[in-house]
Design a protein around this ligand. Structure first.
Ligand code: ATP
Length: 262
C-alpha cells in the first residue's frame, strides 16, 4: 500500500475567502485502503479541504486529483461519474427531514442509478442494516431518531452507491463516549468489509488512536505533518506537540492501551 499511487493527490492547494487565506500551498496524499484522520485547530480549514476535494468548493490554485483524475478541471458529466465513486457524510448527517431513513438512502440511488423501485428499496434497506440500524428505523424520519442513529443513517446514505472512498466530517461529534466508540468500530468494520478508503475529519483523539492508520495535521495553512500516531508524537511543533501530548491525548492513549490489552 505504501508505494501505490495515491487515491487522492492534492498539490499546492490555495484557497482564500476574501482576504482570509485558509490554504496556502497545501499538499496531501491519501493512500487506497487507509483511514486517514484530518486534525487541526478550529478554523484551520479541514471542512474546506474536504469540500474542495469532493468538488463542492473551487480552489483558487493548485491541483486535486481523485482516482488519478482532476476534480476541478473536468466536464460536468465526467465529474458526475467521478462523484459516484465516493460518498460524503456531512457534520450533522445532512439528511432530508421530509424523507424517511430509507428514502434518504435511496436519494443518491435515484439520482445516479436506473433501478426498478422494489430493487432500489431493497438495496437501501440493506445499507440501513449494514450501519447497524434496526429494520424499524428504515421508515422513521430523521426527527424521530437519536443523534447517533441520525449519524448512522448519514453513513448509510454515504455508502449508498458502493463508493471506494467515504468522506466523514466529524462523525463522532456530539455523541457520548460509548456512542462514539461504537461509531468508530462501525467505521473500521465497514472500511475492512467494503475495502473503503476513509477520509475522516475529526477532533476526537479516541478515534485517532482507535481507527486511523495515518493522521494529517492542518496548521499554518497547510498539512504541517502527516504520519502514524507514533510518528506524530515525535513532531517538534508547539501545536502538534500539545495536541498529541496534552492531557486529553494522554487519556486517549491510556484508553487505547486498555482496549489493546483486553
Ligand atoms: N463559504 C465560506 N465563506 C467564507 N468563509 C468560509 C466559508 N467556509 C469556511 N470559511 C472559513 O474558512 C475557515 C476554515 O473553515 P473550516 O470549516 O474548514 O474549518 P475547520 O478546520 O473545519 O473548523 P472546525 O474544526 O471548527 O469545524 C474558517 O475561518 C471559516 O470561517
Amino acid at each position: 500500500m505504501r508505494d501505490a499511487e495515491p487515491i487522492i493527490k492534492v498539490r499546492g492547494l490555495t484557497k482564500s475567502f476574501g482576504s482570509h487565506v485558509v490554504h496556502d500551498g497545501l499538499d496531501l496524499d491519501v493512500r487506497r485502503g487507509e483511514i486517514i484522520g484530518i486534525v487541526g485547530g478550529s478554523g484551520t480549514g479541514k471542512s474546506v479541504l474536504l469540500q474542495q476535494i469532493v468538488g463542492l468548493l473551487k480552489p483558487d490554485g493548485g491541483t486535486i486529483e481523485v482516482f488519478g483524475q482532476s476534480v476541478n478541471s473536468t466536464s460536468p458529466e465526467h465529474y458526475r461519474q467521478l462523484r459516484r465513486r465516493w460518498g460524503v457524510m456531512f457534520q450533522d448527517g445532512a439528511l432530508f427531514s421530509s424523507l424517511t431513513v430509507r428514502q434518504n438512502v435511496e436519494a443518491p440511488m435515484r439520482e445516479q442509478l436506473d433501478l426498478p423501485d422494489a430493487l432500489r428499496e431493497t438495496l437501501a434497506g440493506i445499507k440501513v442494516r449494514m450501519v447497524g440500524l434496526e429494520e424499524v428505523a428504515q421508515n422513521k424520519f430523521p426527527s424521530e431518531l437519536s443523534g447517533g442513529m441520525r449519524k448512522r443513517a448519514g453513513f448509510a446514505r454515504a455508502i449508498a452507491l458502493d463508493p471506494e472512498i467515504v468522506f466523514l466530517d466529524e462523525p463522532t461529534a456530539g455523541l457520548d463516549p460509548i456512542g462514539a466508540a461504537a461509531f468508530d468500530t462501525l467505521i473500521r468494520k465497514l472500511q475492512a468489509t467494503l475495502g473503503l478508503t476513509v477520509f475522516l475529519v475529526t477532533h476526537d483523539l479516541d478515534s485517532l488512536h482507535a481507527i486511523c492508520d495515518r493522521i494529517a495535521v492542518l496548521a499554518e495553512k497547510k498539512v504541517l505533518a502527516v504520519g502514524t500516531m507514533a510518528e506524530l508524537m515525535k513532531v517538534d511543533h508547539p501545536w502538534v506537540h500539545e495536541y498529541f501530548h496534552g492531557p486529553r491525548a494522554r487519556a486517549a492513549l491510556a484508553t487505547g492501551q486498555d482496549e489493546t490489552v483486553q
